[in-house]
Design a protein around this ligand. Structure first.
Ligand SMILES: [Zn+2]
Length: 264
């Protein structure tokens, strides 16, 4: 493990020399990790052992949506709603999904109902959505509703053609995007490679956001990998600390479930 760490560190430093002089050593690069697709499997609760900086993004109306939200919140974690959105592939989306044929009112009502099943959500990222996040109309309807509720949005970027992030930015929401998926293959070698990409991006950009999933293999991998971050001069932070404009302290951890602050 030590050898891998040293190799990784050297690789990053070599990369930075190539990148140029804009990097300052005191910049303390930051990384945030979101674990999404949560809510269906009993094994998802193993992820509660991960550092409290790791956000949980929970699928609405799933067997564990309420209990996982409550436990994660009690640990001081960022809780997010993992909002299902229509995919190009026509894959099954599960309950409370947003689809391209919905009128704005229906999108907003579906969002509200989804939020009711994930108490304490302070932000949203999309589950799938390679079709819906390309469509400006539905994205405006969604982002306006998120803004009213003072929720942030992280674009999972399931398509390069997404307009979700830009729409959110145009409307003035706190917004960020996923840079790296850690575990679309679940071998330790693949996850290590993605983790190295994440660390390199953080050094290069100052911040980087990863999405991973609560597979037992991933939880095992992250348990070890996240401990290495400080040796790599990277700080693990809650995703809610990475927004511009920054969230107000109340938005980090609202004492009220998100649904209860919904406007009339
Ligand atoms: Zn998902």
């Amino acid at each position: 493990m030590k050898i891998i760490l040293t190799k990784l560190k050297n690789k990053i430093l070599a990369g930075l020399i190539v990148v140029g002089t804009s990097f300052s050593v005191s910049a303390a690069p930051k990384v945030a990790v979101i674990l999404d697709d949560m809510g269906y499997r009993l094994s998802d609760s193993q992820a509660l052992s991960l550092p409290a900086e790791v956000a949980f993004s929970i699928l609405p109306d799933t067997p564990l949506s309420a209990s996982l939200s409550e436990q994660a919140y009690a640990q001081g974690r960022d809780v997010m709603l993992h909002m299902p959105m229509e995919a190009e592939s026509g894959k099954k989306l599960g309950p409370k999904a947003l689809t391209a044929d919905m009128q704005p009112k229906r999108i907003q009502a579906t969002l509200e109902s989804a939020l009711n099943s994930v108490p304490y959500a302070i932000g949203v990222n999309n589950h799938m959505g390679s079709k819906l996040t390309r469509e400006t109309g539905p994205m405006i309807a969604l982002m306006e509703a998120l803004k009213q509720r003072e929720l942030f949005f992280v674009d999972s970027r399931t398509t390069a053609l997404t307009v979700a992030e830009q729409t959110a930015r145009d409307l003035g929401l706190p917004v960020a995007r996923r840079h790296v998926f850690i575990d679309h293959q679940q071998s330790p070698e693949f996850m290590q490679q993605q983790f190295e990409r994440l660390v390199e991006l953080a050094h290069r950009q100052g911040t980087a956001i990863a999405i991973a999933h609560p597979h037992p293999q991933t939880v095992r991998f992250l348990t070890t990998a996240l401990q290495q971050l400080s040796d790599l001069d990277v700080q693990l932070v809650p995703v809610s600390q990475l927004f511009t404009p920054q969230l107000s302290p109340q938005q980090h951890h609202s004492a009220l479930p998100a649904a209860s602050v919904a406007p009339k």
